[in-house]
Design a binder for this molecule. Structure first.
Ligand code: ADP
Ligand code: ZN
Length: 431
């Protein structure tokens, strides 16, 4: 039932003592091999030997994405280039890409964490896994590939895009597991509908979806349209990609691979640690990285930690759903909200399809939010104008009640919102 029972089911005391040993080693190692950390410690008159217990971590400085950018390209690399066997990087849409480096041992640990995660969601040797994350500098596809491969499943590295061919391969090769972003899962389901292929024509039973938020409502849509169980996967380039955490089939939070990553939740404004259960920013310290150890790396992702035991039997701590990134949070008229909250409200209406874009504009000095969203093609084809106006009215009222301010909802013609093959672009800021 477990890939690594001796790690996944340890008692809290055992895991804490294991993590303390790894933390002491990591801090000493980072001090010795990364000038950035040596400078940070020296500036605070700190000796790595002062860090003994997990609680001592709160005295350590944070690392941010800006620190990584300032030290581009090799500043955070703790080993000579001859020991680096792989480089990946995030998109870098706002500047240089953020790279991450792997030694042979980092690759082995990445494989272990992904094998554990793929096994946790239920992948076995007999499965046929279609990896429809993009095979590029991004980590996603490669991480899932390593995990499924290590279990001995059949791996089909289709990458994302060429959706019709993707669907044909699912049919022809009897794909049982699809690995892709949640928005691409919806794109696939929609194309199946257009091609007249029914979910019963496929052997799919499981979807693993990451790289962007998937609300419960969107999960429901994906499960229904593809006839699968859809589970969430989390990670980020800086930490080495997927492998940080994943939901088990209990669907009550993502188990964190705590022997590789120590999590904390902080208040993003004061940077003070928050107790388990409270919502704030997720911060990770890597515990076994050779090429790029990171101390208290600020993920900017908002969630909480859960400590009650999970029905699956694993004791690894869990984090809740990622509500969004702190830098994706929109503040409109003094109210904070994340696009994923709007998704929950809109998908509560059965006429609405999961294709929407939020437009932010300035009207005078005030922010104005409008949302373009599609309905089900049958509804669009058969509903008279007043039915559409009535639906708009209902959605606007629900949004105002649930989120706290008015947004203008515009129902647009089916298939006019661009479809996603990777991370969906949900917000257009024209302010
Ligand atoms: P980029 O910074 O270019 O988007 P990454 O591909 O490294 O690069 O993206 C990592 C980010 O993707 C995470 O920090 C998080 O915001 C988002 N993400 C990844 N998995 C999930 C998930 N399961 N739910 C919500 N957001 C996720
Ligand atoms: Zn579990």
């Amino acid at each position: 039932m477990f890939w690594d029972e001796k790690i996944e089911c340890l008692s809290r005391d055992e895991i804490v003592s294991k993590k303390e040993k790894l933390l002491r080693e990591t801090v000493r190692y980072a001090y010795k091999n990364v000038a950035f950390y040596r400078d940070q410690f020296d500036a605070r008159d700190m000796d790595p030997g002062q860090i003994r217990s997990i609680d001592d971590i709160s005295s350590l400085p944070f690392t941010t994405k800006l620190d990584l950018r300032d030290n581009y390209p090799y500043g955070f690399c703790a080993v000579p280039l001859s020991r680096i066997v792989r480089v990946h990087a995030s998109s870098g849409t706002t500047g240089k890409p953020t790279p991450v480096f792997f030694t042979k041992s980092d690759m082995e640990n990445w494989t272990i964490s992904m094998a554990r995660n793929c096994y946790m969601v239920g992948i076995r040797e007999k499965d046929v896994c279609q990896i429809a994350f993009r095979y590029t500098l991004f980590t996603g596809a490669f991480g899932h590939h390593l995990g499924a491969d290590s279990i001995g499943a059949t791996v089909i590295p289709t990458s994302s895009g060429q959706t019709e061919r993707q669907i044909m391969m699912m049919q022809d090769f009897g794909t049982t597991v699809i690995h892709c972003t949640p928005s691409y899962a919806i794109t696939i389901a929609e194309r199946m509908r257009e091609m007249g292929i029914h979910k019963g024509d496929l052997s799919l039973r499981l979807g693993i979806h990451g790289a962007e938020p998937m609300s419960e409502e969107l999960r429901g849509e994906i499960e229904e349209r593809l006839g699968i169980t859809a589970l969430r996967d989390y990670g980020m380039t800086e930490l080495g990609g997927p492998g940080t955490s994943i939901e088990c089939p209990e669907k009550n939070g993502y188990h964190i691979n705590e022997d590789f990553f120590h999590p904390e939740i902080i208040d993003p404004d004061t940077c003070k640690p928050l107790p388990n259960g409270q919502t704030g920013e997720l911060v990770f310290t890597t515990l076994q990285k050779e090429a790029m150890p990171l101390i208290r790396y600020r993920s900017r992702d908002i969630t909480h930690l859960e400590t009650e035991t999970c029905g699956c039997g694993r004791t690894l701590i869990r984090h809740g759903p990622i509500i969004g990134r702190s830098d994706d949070m929109l503040i409109i008229g003094g109210v904070n909200f994340f696009p994923s909250q709007l998704e929950c409200v809109m998908l509560g209406f059965e006429e609405i399809e999961p294709h929407y874009v939020i437009y932010l504009k300035k009207k005078g000095r005030l922010d104005h939010v409008s949302v373009a969203v599609e309905t089900h093609p049958d509804f669009w084809a058969n509903a008279p104008g007043e039915k559409i106006a009535e639906l708009v009215q209902k959605i606007e009222t629900k949004v105002k009640n649930d989120i706290g301010f008015r947004m203008q909802i515009k129902i647009v013609e089916p298939l006019t919102i661009p479809r996603s093959e990777g991370k969906a672009q949900r917000v257009v800021d024209e302010r």
